[in-house]
Each structure stands twice: as structure tokens, then as C-alpha cells.
Design a protein around this ligand. Sequence first.
Ligand code: NAG
Ligand code: NAG
Ligand code: NAG
Ligand code: NAG
Ligand code: NAG
Ligand code: NAG
Ligand code: NAG
Ligand code: NAG
Length: 652
Amino acid sequence: MSTSRLSLFFFYAILIFLVNNPTINAQRDPYVLHECSTTGNVTSNSTFRANLNTLISTLSSNTQIDYGFYNFTAGEGTNKVYATGLCRADLSPTDCRSCVNISAHELLQLCPTQKGGVMWYMNCTARYSNNSIFGVMETKPTRALVSGDVSNLTEFNAVLKPLFYDLRVRASAGGIFRKIAVGTAYYKSDNYTMYGLMQCSPDLSEIDCSNCLVDAQSYIQDCCSGNRGLRILAPSCNLRIETDQFYDSTLVQSPPSLSPPSPSPPPSKGKGSNSSKTIIAIVVVVVILVVIIICFCISLRVRKQRKKAKTVDEISSTESLHFDFPTIRVATDNFSDANKLGQGGFGVVYKGRLSNGQEIAVKRLSQGSGQGDLEFKNEILLVAKLQHRNLVKLRGFCLEGCERLLIYEFVPNGSLDQVIFDPTKRAYLDWQRRYKIIEGIARGLLYLHEDSRLRIIHRDLKTSNVLLDDEMNPKIADFGMARLVILDQTHSNTNRIVGTYGYMAPEYAYHGHFSVKSDVFSFGVLVLEMICGQKNGYFRNEENGEDLLTYAWTNWRSMTASNIIDPTLGVGSTTEIIRCIHIGLLCVQENAADRPTMASVVLMLNSNSISLSVPSRPAFFIHSNVEPDSQSDQSILLASTNDASITVLHPR
Ligand SMILES: *[C@@H]1O[C@H](CO)[C@@H](O)[C@H](O)[C@H]1NC(C)=O
Ligand SMILES: *[C@@H]1O[C@H](CO)[C@@H](O)[C@H](O)[C@H]1NC(C)=O
Ligand SMILES: *[C@@H]1O[C@H](CO)[C@@H](O)[C@H](O)[C@H]1NC(C)=O
Ligand SMILES: *[C@@H]1O[C@H](CO)[C@@H](O)[C@H](O)[C@H]1NC(C)=O
Ligand SMILES: *[C@@H]1O[C@H](CO)[C@@H](O)[C@H](O)[C@H]1NC(C)=O
Ligand SMILES: *[C@@H]1O[C@H](CO)[C@@H](O)[C@H](O)[C@H]1NC(C)=O
Ligand SMILES: *[C@@H]1O[C@H](CO)[C@@H](O)[C@H](O)[C@H]1NC(C)=O
Ligand SMILES: *[C@@H]1O[C@H](CO)[C@@H](O)[C@H](O)[C@H]1NC(C)=O
């Protein structure tokens, strides 16, 4: 690294020329808040305290690269001290170091005997602890600072929700150097633009960052709903809303400058003659130009190396999920037709057997997934964390050239459509079994929508995406595909909608708007299909040409609901079946707001005492102009031509 050392020398040299005003801007930020840990005390003459003091003094002479985050340790064993400093991204390196320095010094005075503490300054956060805090998410203690009131809380919250969602997604996706996002939203009732910021400590993983911000956001309900100025402060993340622009958006949004720390300023130079001044000026300008170019190259290279380092990190964390291509090729007998389990919207699925005898299902993505390897792996990490007994488990992935494979657990009994629409196999599913399946699907979907914290909208729930294990428990497949495959990769005004005719909610089919309520619609269709044993897509009532939904509704309203019950279900349990039809009808309401959430659906299924509202006429079945293929029920990629954008609304 001798070249980079040489360039570093030039960098210092240029600073010696450049820095005219040696006074470091050590102006004290107004004191904000602090919190000392309550886990343990030490005496002021202890080794721990001595280590802490050493660490604080290294702060000012630190040699770490400045990207607004510092990480220090001092000492050994039980007396080891860990500390971090985090600045808002629009602070200059000098201001940042000074902010961290001051807040750390102050924190030590404020917590003289404690083993840990956190200090929130206006523009930076300093923490120390006897436990390792690097890469560890901590949301407690949480503190809030508020100002002002809003006049219309309903509207304020409605405006805040999508803003927070957007900030959270962008901040968590920021990468290993910087996890911060700023944005604005217009709040009509009081006629002003609100400015928001969310930031995480960049050493957190994407999912930890997102979770920390979710917690910070939900803290608002406890402390200060209805304030126009808000700061929620947690050790690992913070959020802020103001009525005026409190940040420098160009600096926050520019990539971090990975510059080495600035050296101490030079002694000022004496005066020379005019001509020598000119010469010096020219030399300086030339040197400056050369050095700027060199610095640029260094920063590019450092960034590249960081990126490489990041890739290595990610790979080690995804290592357990990674499968070799040759292994998979052998396991699936070179993707032989004999091992083909089916074809979905995203690619062919093969059955495989690993050398240890374990069975797997391999989905070979047909199109490139449209995103880089790193993003793909990050998404895999997230989706693999979704684990629930009613979801098919994602076991890993394989990347090889442009091949992308998803490896799932193998679920032995095939998909629900192969049983429920088969005239002979159908009889095996008596009402108890069908009810158990409906409940399981509802729970899996509820987990995706609300309990997993990631808020996954399935977008293509249907009988062929529900697999049955050896005890006929349902497992939802193909969830999270919107994360693994970028759907909208064509022209900006053409949105690709993934979904299947017959299951698609009208607002999704016509406008591309999807929400958890579009999944509820698909669930409702699925419930009605389970009860009548027929596919919505092929159902036609001979008399009136009604589709399944309308037929079910008409019969339910005229108290003849038993007409639609699959005759193989025989008699008995009719009350429960009719209640299920009722729930199904509530789920397929035309207006998304009239449909229940999955949480309510699970409640309704669990308790017969909950009274149900009266459904109105359901949405019309969305007809396909493509003749349905009689064998398999494939996902259809529909290019919608209107300019409505696919948006994920309603964050948690
Ligand atoms: C630490 O000291 C503080 C006051 O100095 C006291 O309130 C607290 O109980 C002590 N904590 C422990 C764990 O000893
Ligand atoms: C930090 O201090 C607490 C309280 O004294 C103790 O329980 C914990 O084990 C310590 N952590 C380490 C890494 O020593
Ligand atoms: C720290 O000071 C106290 C008295 O203030 C003394 O009892 C103790 O032995 C000292 N501990 C060390 C490690 O010097
Ligand atoms: C850090 O802060 C301490 C105390 O406020 C001060 O004495 C010291 O000069 C500061 N160091 C730098 C580099 O600003
Ligand atoms: C920060 O500290 C941790 C724990 O000491 C260490 O593993 C990590 O490499 C450090 N990171 C940086 C960027 O210094
Ligand atoms: C930091 O905080 C101070 C007020 O404490 C403010 O004046 C300043 O603009 C903030 N931002 C930056 C980038 O320094
Ligand atoms: C608050 O805003 C909502 C939505 O913009 C509006 O429907 C409601 O009437 C407003 N309430 C008041 C009291 O202004
Ligand atoms: C909103 O405020 C702006 C100035 O901040 C003003 O020009 C505009 O007329 C206001 N609009 C309403 C509807 O009050």
C-alpha cells in the first residue's frame, strides 16, 4: 500500500496549504439528552474507568476513516470498554469529530460511575458500554423531544405514515457506511411541508435497522402523538420530524466521503515577495489539482475495497444459505423433466435430493431477477428469516452466472389445487380437514402481513401456491417474490402486475394498487373455492352465467347457501360451513376498505361468537382474455398500460 501512503502524504501536504484558519470548530452543541445505564457501577479509580478515559482521549487523535461513524474499544477482559459515535450525515468530518468528542466527554461526567451510557446531542450520538455494542441493535432507552401541536391528527398521521415508510426503507437499505434518509410530505390542514429524517447506526444490518425504526415509530403512540415537531431517540437509531428544513439534503443524500482524518494544522507562513507569492500560488494550484485527482482515485479505491469487504461480510452471513450449482445440478439430475414438479410465474420448480438424502424443491428463476447479486443476497437473507409453520421454508439459494436458484424445503403432498379440484382426491378432504387448511392459510398470511415485521404482501395467493405437508397442513409458497425479483423492470410507464386471474382484487387488476387487502381478496376466493370444490376461473352457473363469487353471494343472501357446498362434504357442520362462506364473502368485497384484515379473519375463524357484518355484492370476477390452460394454473404476467404505480402502502 505504498502508493496510498504516498497519496496520503500528498493529502496532508495539501491540507497544510489549504487550511488557513486553524481554529477547529469546537463550538458546543446545545445539550440534548443522556441516559446512564443501570446495569452496574464501578469506582472512579477502577481499571474500567481508566480504560474509558484512555478511549476518550483516543477519540480526538483517532485515525479512523471519517464517514460519520466511529467505533472504539480499549482494555481487555471484564474491563474492556466499547464506544461508538454517530453523526448526522450532513456534518463535516471536523464538526462530527468535535460533536462526538464533546458529547463523549460530557457523558463521562454525567455518568461518573456507570458501566454504560448514551448521549444524544443535536447532531450526534455517543455511546459506551462494558458490553460489545458494535452491530447490536438497541432500542432502549428511548427518549422523545417534542414541540407544537397539529390541528388534524387524522390527516397528520395519514401523511406521516407513508413518509415514515419511505424513510425507513431507504434508511435501512443505505449500506454499511451510512443508514440515513430524509424526505418531505405536505400536510394540508396546517398548510406546511413537514421534513423528516431517519437514521440508524450503520453497523446494524438492514433488518435490525428497519426493526429499530419501527420501534421508534411506534414509540410515538406512547409519548407524543399529535406533535408537529418530534424527535425519537434510541441508542441505535433516531427519527425526527420538523416544520422547517433542519438538514442539508444534498449532504445527507451524497455518498459518504471516505476521507482520512485531517492532520493538525500547520504553523502559518511568513510573507514573501509578490513574485514568489505568484509562483507559490501557481505551484499550490497545480499541487492541489494533482492531489485532488489522487484523492479522488484513493477514495474510489477505498470505496471499492470497502465494497469488496462488504461482499465478503455478506457472503459469510449468507454462507449457510448458499448452495453450489454442481450440488443442485446433481440433486435434480441435471434439472431433468422427470424431476419437474411444476411451473410457476417465476420459473420451473424441480424436486431434488441432496447427497445426505434430504429432499428439496428448487425453483429455477426464469428471467434474470433484475437486481445485482448483492441485493439479491440481501433479500434472500430477509426472506429466509420469515419462518412460520404455514409458510414453505426458504432453505437457501444458488447463484451461478446468470442462473438464480431458490432452494425450498420439499413439501410432500403437492399443492392444494391438485387435491381440491380433483374429483376423486377431493373426497379425502372432509370439512374438518378443509377448515384446518383454511385456518392455517389465514395464520400464514397474517404472519406475512403483520407478525413478521417485514410486512410482505403475497400478491399471488391461490390454491396452487398452497402446499400440503404429510399431515395435510397448508404451507404458503412463493411469498416474498416481489423482493427477490424486480417486477417493474420495463418502461417506466408500464407496470408489470403479477397475479392470477380469478384471484386478483379489482383495484390490483385494474390499477396495480396492492395492499394487504388485495391478499385478503385472494384469500376470500380461495375459501369459497375450498367450500364448493370448484375453481373460480372456470366456474359458470348454467342458469344465470354467474361467476363463483356472485353465485355464492346470491345464494347466501337468499338463504340457499347450501347450494354451493361441495356435495362430497356430505351433511353436518353446515352452520360452520355457512359461516365460512360468510367470511369468504366479506373478504371479496369490491371496496378494499370493506374487507376485514387477516387479523380479524383469524379471529372470526377461531370464534363462533364474533358477529359478522353483512357483505354487499362482491367484486366481479376479473375475466382473462387468455384461454385458461386446462392443466396448470399459471401465473399470468399482465402488463397494465395505465400509469398507476405499484405502491406498498400502509406500513406498520
Ligand atoms: C449505581 O449507583 C447509583 C447511584 O450512584 C445507584 O442509584 C444504583 O442503584 C447503583 N446500581 C447498582 C447496580 O449498584
Ligand atoms: C457488563 O456489566 C454487567 C453488569 O455489571 C454484567 O452483567 C455484564 O456481564 C458485563 N459484561 C461483560 C461483557 O463483562
Ligand atoms: C479505589 O478507591 C477506593 C477508596 O476510594 C479503595 O478502597 C479501592 O481499593 C481503590 N481501588 C483500586 C482498584 O485502586
Ligand atoms: C475534546 O473535548 C475535550 C473536552 O471538551 C477537549 O479538552 C479536547 O480539546 C477536545 N479535543 C478535540 C480534538 O476537539
Ligand atoms: C468495530 O468494533 C468491533 C468490535 O470491536 C470490530 O469487530 C469491528 O471490526 C470494528 N469495526 C470498525 C469499522 O472499526
Ligand atoms: C447541528 O446543530 C446545530 C445546533 O445545535 C445547528 O446549528 C447546526 O446547523 C446543526 N447541523 C449541522 C450540519 O451542523
Ligand atoms: C381532518 O382531515 C381529514 C382528511 O383530510 C378530513 O376528512 C377531516 O374532515 C379533517 N378533520 C377536521 C376536524 O378538519
Ligand atoms: C399556504 O402557505 C403559503 C405560504 O407559506 C401561502 O402562499 C398559501 O396561500 C397558503 N395556502 C393556503 C391554502 O392557505
